[in-house]
Design a protein around this ligand. Structure first.
Ligand code: F6R
Length: 609
């Protein structure tokens, strides 16, 4: 998730305006920054790795000439956060500059084709192909002009993008296009802006035009023109007046980042389906060859590892050991060795306990693999191979969208491994892969249909002093995650167990009205779970069940239930089933008047042991 911004102004130089607007987009990513302007037939660029303020101190971003320009603040997805990978990216002749937010899925094929045509690439990004494609189109048929050159280039892209392009060939225009990445125009008396998000220009104008998927925009000092990419037909759309404060705009109208990020999950899950196959394959190969595999992480990331241990076992018949990173050295520090493989999972890539476990394993010659959301983090530097989960920055302290993305990546890895090891049928693999593709829509559906119900549930159980979370099989991981969310955000003491364990002790806590949340995936554990529900019900517990739609057997036992769509394969079930639990934690916190974005005593990245 990067921030893009472009502007044509009638008043003076544009660079200082782009600089301050990019500052307002820094919440979308901040590992490198760059600005390009056009002046006297030449593109002028300043860019570097680092936060905007640091780069500005060295390069003075305001000191670029011209009244038309584009700028970018980056959250690395392809290529490390280095100067060379910072946007804008240019073509071979330095006549085209492009900024981009999103992921171009077919960039490797396009790059190869362009290299064979003599193009010289300087970065490791997916974005650079766009500049060279436009150059190629202009070189082959100069008469088509910049707009058509961009149009033909975007038609060849698959994946997600919001782009803005400038070129010396038509120095009075910015061309933008959008597919699945946000893009909005700002219209004021003296300037026109394009940006990933409204906060970029909100202090300058409150008139906005939202651009939809499949649209291209031509911006000039005279105004803007929207066209459909498929047939170039004109789209008429007038500016809307926005009455959001800058604070509201950053949260896109949501009251908190946590709920915004819960709602972002259909998009982030779609992004995890665009991983680079090559890295998935490499990691699967390492896992396949390992004598023992430890899945090492803390907190929510540990719960993703716990779920993954079921995925690897059920799909690839590979036993893996999920271990709390803070316990790894004590538990396995002496036995880990050259035949061991560690898959470390860390959203931030900077969690001290996880890095300490990795260092210990590395010193004993184990292979280190990483899964993280932050390219350039320490974990990416110490891993033999890593995968970036592509969730974009998560601002709420509680992990939500990054958890479901981790699960999706781990499921994809388990499928790869299953294929290598030939343990399950092609039909079964195809079925799970198809469902994985549908998860973004399934999650969207859950949020749409169940959010209000969860809100009411939060009101009903507002004063509960304690909750139980129970599940069997892979749903144990979902139960643990539901408990963690509730404790950290709503400060409600909670317990979670594999449901089968409850009768070995915890059940003695149950008295009439005690709320017990059951995660009831429709898998092999379903029948036994019904027995566990009855045990609790017989002792007067209030049963809250997260069920598949029309699960009549459990509906009949539950005091309250939340439904997720039917037919979700067992190994994927934590993704949809955790959504109501995230919502419950959020709405209980709100009910209690707490700020879910800033839970007391917690930090987003825990860099102490
Ligand atoms: C819970 C939460 C934490 C983190 C944990 C590990 O909502 O966010 O439990 O999951 O601190 O952080 P990462 O994944 O950055 O290593």
């Amino acid at each position: 998730m990067c921030g893009i911004f472009g502007c044509i102004t009638k008043e003076g130089n544009v660079a200082p305006l782009i600089h301050t607007s990019l500052k307002r987009l820094e919440y979308r990513g901040y590992d490198s920054v760059g600005i390009a302007t056009i002046h006297e037939g030449k593109i002028h660029v300043k860019k570097d790795q680092g936060k905007i303020d640091d780069v500005h101190k060295i390069w003075n971003l305001d000191d670029l000439p011209g009244s038309i320009g584009i700028g970018h603040t980056r959250w690395a997805t392809h290529g490390a956060p280095l100067k060379i990978n910072a946007h804008p990216h240019m073509d071979c002749t330095e006549q085209v500059a492009v900024i981009h937010n999103g992921i171009i899925e077919n960039f490797s094929e396009l790059k190869l084709e362009l290299e064979n045509n003599g193009h010289n690439f300087v970065s490791k990004t997916d974005t650079e192909v766009i500049a060279h494609l436009i150059e190629e189109n202009l070189k082959k048929k100069p008469e088509i002009g910049l707009v058509n050159a961009v149009l033909e280039a975007v038609k060849r892209l698959s994946g997600s993008y919001a782009i803005a392009v400038i070129s010396t060939s038509e120095p009075d225009k910015i061309i933008c296009a959008r597919n699945e990445s946000p893009l909005v125009l700002g219209i004021s008396e003296n300037a026109i802006y394009c940006a990933s998000d409204m906060p970029a220009f909100l202090p300058l104008t409150n008139k906005a035009v939202w651009i939809n998927d499949g649209e291209l925009v031509i911006i000039s000092a005279k105004g803007y023109e929207i066209r459909r990419i498929d047939d170039f037909s004109v789209v008429t759309r007038k500016p809307e007046v926005i009455d959001w404060t800058p604070e509201m705009a950053i949260k896109q109208g949501y009251p908190h980042f946590m709920i915004k990020e819960i709602h972002e999950q259909p998009t982030t899950l779609r992004n995890t389906l665009r991983l680079q196959e090559h890295y998935l394959d490499l990691i699967a190969t390492f896992l396949d060859r390992a004598r023992e595999v430890f899945l090492v992480a803390c907190g929510t990331s540990y719960h993703a590892c716990l779920a993954a241990s079921y995925m690897f076992s059920k799909l690839a018949f590979l036993a893996t050991y999920p271990v709390y990173a803070s316990e790894f050295i004590e538990q396995h520090g002496k036995s880990v060795n050259i035949d061991s493989t560690i898959l470390a999972v860390s959203q931030s890539g900077e969690t001290a306990d996880t890095l300490a476990a990795v260092t210990c394993a590395q010193q004993r010659a184990a292979t280190i693999l990483g899964l993280t959301n932050v390219i350039g983090s320490t974990l990416t530097r110490v891993s033999r191979v890593y995968i970036s989960q592509q969730s974009g920055p998560e601002i709420g302290v509680a992990a939500t969208k990054t958890f479901t993305s981790q699960l999706s990546v781990l499921a994809q890895l388990a499928l790869r491994l299953a294929k290598k090891r030939g343990k399950i049928s092609q039909d079964e693999m195809d079925y799970i892969s198809e469902k994985l593709e549908k998860l973004p829509d399934i999650v969207k559906e859950i949020i749409k249909t169940q959010e209000e119900k969860v809100k009411q549930l939060a009101k009903k159980y507002r004063d509960a002093k304690i909750f139980f979370f129970l599940g069997r099989g892979i749903s144990t991981a979902t139960a643990y995650e539901g408990r963690l969310k509730l404790m950290e955000i709503a400060y409600v003491p909670s317990l979670a167990f594999p449901a089968g364990e409850s009768k070995h002790g915890p059940i003695s806590l149950i008295e009439p009205g005690f709320p017990v949340i059951f995660i009831c995936a429709k898998d092999d554990t379903h029948k036994t779970l019904i027995g566990n529900i009855m045990e609790m019900k017989a002792r007067g517990a209030s049963i809250i069940a997260i069920i598949e739609k029309d699960d009549e057997a459990i509906k009949a036992l539950a005091d309250d239930y939340i439904e997720v769509p039917k037919g979700i394969p067992e190994v994927l079930s934590p993704i949809p089933f955790v959504i109501p639990l995230q919502l419950l934690a959020y709405y209980l916190a709100v009910e209690k008047g707490l700020n879910p974005d800033m839970p007391r005593n917690l930090a987003k990245s825990v860099t102490v042991k």
